[in-house]
Design a protein around this ligand. Structure first.
Ligand code: ADP
Ligand code: MG
Length: 273
């Protein structure tokens, strides 16, 4: 069994204001998660705004240093534990790739988007020029885009949904074991969201990539996940197989989340019949 993602005793305390009057904010409060599988999986982290989801994503992506704790990805310790053995940046990025909430913030408006893909192919995947172009074409095709339609274009020449697909293509180039996607559809037109959600499902099969899907939307979480972790105030209050968590929630907070989405709840009840 491969440890796809494991967090142990993860804590992050931010301090608001200045000493001695600063107020500690416990963004992550002892987060323990362990997903072991030989097959790629989609794990959703759901929770309301401020529950610590983005902080968790950033710690896993090594963009934020945790106050304490440890993260293991694909059997390798990537965060925590002083000393040697942790992958350096390029190696890390070939294992873990990010997708952010706002694709327009992920790309500079002054740079063509294909230059990012090309850079990932040459720097992270270490391909030569021709190999890189092939990899870029292939990755774009996987997200339903053609290289000729993307080449030489700047971010503002795309819709949010298209640009998010470009950032997914970029994330796929190193063939990462896991993609961490923080609210990847919350800024996308509602009518286009399912394209991306369905894309995640097919990439799990085609690229054998696991996905940590972070969202406040239980309906899409239920639709694509193998596992669901429910976060509240910096802690995981419930974790399990998606169907089990949502059909038989143990924690009051999970029930509360479910009750706040009447339409999807009806769908689950229909399925139980
Ligand atoms: P979510 O993504 O679930 O909305 P966040 O991880 O963004 O949650 O935030 C969790 C908590 O940490 C919130 O109370 C937020 O205000 C606080 N927080 C996040 N980032 C910072 C920061 N850079 N400085 C201080 N507090 C922060
Ligand atoms: Mg967030």
């Amino acid at each position: 069994m491969t440890t796809i993602l494991k967090t142990e005793g993860l804590r992050k305390v931010y301090h608001l204001g200045n000493f001695p009057r600063n107020i500690p904010v416990h963004a992550l409060n002892d987060v323990n998660l362990n997903i072991e599988s030989d097959e790629p999986v989609i794990i959703s982290v759901v929770g309301e705004s401020g529950s610590g989801k983005t902080t968790l994503a950033k710690v896993i992506l090594r963009l934020v240093e945790p106050t304490s704790g440890k993260v293991t990805v694909q059997d390798r310790v990537v965060v925590g534990e002083r000393g040697k053995g942790k992958p350096e940046k390029t190696e890390f990025l070939s294992t873990v790739q990010p997708i952010f909430q706002n694709p327009f913030e992920a790309f500079s408006r002054y740079r063509t988007v294909d230059s990012y893909l090309y850079e990932t192919a040459t720097r992270v995947k270490k391909l030569n020029k021709l190999g890189a172009i092939d990899a870029v074409e292939e990755a774009l095709a996987s997200v339903g885009l053609e290289y000729k339609d993307v080449r030489g274009k700047y971010p503002n020449q795309f819709s949010g949904g298209e640009l998010q697909r470009v950032s997914i293509a970029r994330a796929l180039i190193p063939r990462p074991g896991i993609i961490v996607a923080d609210e990847p559809v919350s800024m996308i037109d509602a009518s286009r969201r399912m394209i991306i959600i369905n894309l995640f499902l097919s990439l799990k099969q085609e690229y054998r990539t696991s996905i940590l899907y972070i969202t406040h939307d239980l309906a899409t979480a239920y639709y694509i996940s193998d596992y669901i972790a429910v976060m509240n105030h910096g802690s995981i209050v419930e974790f399990g197989k998606a169907r089990q968590v949502l059909s038989d929630p143990q924690h009051a907070y999970t029930r509360l989340l479910l009750d706040s989405i009447p339409t999807t709840k009806k769908k689950w009840e229909r399925e139980k019949e």
